[in-house]
Design a protein around this ligand. Structure first.
Ligand SMILES: [Zn+2]
Length: 99
């Protein structure tokens, strides 16, 4: 079963099994990604529901409470070059969308 996320990729080519998150892979600060993290990762929800038209995400795997790994997201609007406190909402994009 594959996870519906644009950053998740899996490949069963030639007997090899490769699964990776390309968002976390490109962040050298992150702890390593593992498949179970997708279950609690906020990224698919953000991509589906954000009002931001050009959201750019950075994801980091952090260890919570000393024992659980979680994906934390840092979001910017690439259209307005602002950090999004709430990745689901860009106030500038909202202004453009209001009539
Ligand atoms: Zn924006």
């Amino acid at each position: 079963m594959s996870i519906p996320c644009r950053y998740y990729h899996e490949d069963y080519h030639r007997g090899r099994e490769t699964k990776e998150c390309r968002l976390i892979k490109r962040n050298p600060q992150s702890r390593p990604w593992k498949p179970g993290l997708c279950k609690t990762c906020p990224v698919p929800h953000i991509l589906l529901h954000t009002n931001c038209q050009e959201i750019a995400l950075e994801a980091t795997v952090v260890r919570k409470w000393g024992l659980v790994d979680r994906v934390e997201v840092y979001a910017v609007c690439a259209r307005h070059m602002i950090e999004l406190e709430d990745p689901l909402y860009c106030p500038q994009c909202a202004l453009e969308q209001s009539p």
